[in-house]
Design a protein around this ligand. Structure first.
Ligand code: CO
Length: 135
């Protein structure tokens, strides 16, 4: 089902500071910030040869990562994103296995303009998983 790591997302309280760590300390190449109001985050992508790291800071009062940052005040690993060929088939198979999809279970357009769903951490070793349609 999962074929490739698409990205790892790290929630941060201060995006400028986070960019400083990855660009100036770790020497990574970083995209310009993208405001994604429909997802409640401002994000930059750290471009690595084989994948990318998304650094995201809350945008707006209703940001879904605000609560996470209350318990991870210095930032923290928020989710990992794996690619699947067919998001609907993956969703149906996982529901059939009794897994919990976050929200209403319907794939929606994520931050990279591809269909995504999120899998509940309680079923996946305490890790929030994003599945993204690969094409
Ligand atoms: Co993501």
């Amino acid at each position: 089902m999962i074929r490739k790591l698409n990205h790892v997302a790290i929630a941060v309280p201060d995006l400028d500071q986070a960019v400083g760590v990855y660009r100036d300390v770790l020497g990574a190449e970083i995209s310009a910030p993208h405001e994604l109001p429909e997802h409640g985050v401002t994000a930059v992508f750290v471009n690595l040869n084989n994948t990318s790291i998304e650094l995201m800071q809350p945008l707006g009062a209703a940001s879904p990562i605000r609560k996470f940052l209350e318990s991870h005040t210095k930032g923290g690993l928020h989710h990992v994103c794996y690619e699947v060929e067919d998001i609907f088939a993956a969703r149906d198979q996982l529901i059939g296995e009794g897994m919990t999809i976050v929200g209403d279970g319907e794939p929606y357009v994520g931050a990279h303009d591809k269909l995504v769903i999120f899998l509940h951490p309680k079923d996946f070793l305490g890790t929030l998983i994003e599945l993204e349609q690969s094409s």
